[in-house]
Design a protein around this ligand. Structure first.
Ligand code: E4P
Length: 234
């Protein structure tokens, strides 16, 4: 099975650049990335993204914090493009499970990316409220879990196993920290991994031999010692 690569991004110039790459199957954004990219008007900015990436899947996140707002925002965001997946947080900021709104949107066949998921228990709760038809991505935040000293691998393994009976569900490895995460995601059978631009470029250059790596490393240290004019008297 192929593990699709999405690009985790909101900068318009970079989206233009990565949209041309064959290795990239889609895009994920979030409000933090949008803010960093300088987005002021959420709708207009999202539509600019959609004008660039017309064919690849794009996840655009709601920022409502209750059922009503999330539901309304999801319907609007969904109407912006056929390739849109509406990103819905698994819980709101008070920790309340958003199952009710996920269920309702699923009935309306709104494609969703359920985000900020950390455990297989959360995945199991999501699977209980969805149908077997509407396309759903479930994003597990592997990097942030390991940033917190947790081992996220058992959680993603269980999540993949749990979702096996749902042909409409794809498990996404989110929150990538290093290029090797792509190899891990492939080995585990993740459907998708979303990767920041700089790490995608490193993945494109996979395959250097240990000999080449060791020489490159030594050269870098040598060059820097020369640039700094380091000297030891002897
Ligand atoms: C996924 O959809 C998220 O936008 C992303 O992977 C979060 O990554 P981070 O933890 O590096 O911010």
């Amino acid at each position: 099975m192929k593990t699709k690569i999405f690009c985790d991004i909101a900068d318009l110039k970079l989206i233009k650049f990565f949209n041309k790459k064959k290795i990239v199957d889609g895009f994920t954004t979030n409000p933090t990335l949008m803010r960093k990219a300088g987005a002021k008007n959420y709708k207009l900015y999202s539509q600019q993204i959609l004008k660039i990436a017309t064919k690849k899947k794009i996840s655009l996140e709601v920022f409502g914090d209750n059922y009503k707002d999330i539901h309304k925002q999801a319907l609007k965001i969904n109407s912006w493009g056929k390739n849109v997946y509406v990103k819905i947080p698994v819980v709101n900021s008070k920790g309340l499970f958003m199952g009710k709104v996920i269920k309702e949107l699923c009935k309306k066949n709104i494609k969703m990316n359920i985000t900020a998921v950390y455990t297989s228990q959360q995945v199991s709760k999501i699977l209980k409220v969805i149908n077997k038809k509407t396309k759903i991505i479930i994003s597990l935040f592997i990097g942030r879990a390991s940033d917190a000293g947790k081992d996220p691998i058992p959680e993603i393994i269980k999540s993949i196993k749990l979702s096996k009976k749902f042909k409409n569900v794809e498990i996404l490895w989110a929150s990538v920290r290093e290029p090797y995460n792509y190899i891990q995601a492939k080995q585990l059978g993740c459907h998708i991994i979303t990767i920041p631009p700089s790490i995608i470029e490193k993945i494109e250059n996979f395959g250097k031999s240990y000999d080449k790596l060791t020489i490159e490393t030594v050269k870098t240290f040598l060059n820097d010692s020369k640039k700094s004019n380091f000297k030891i008297d002897y």
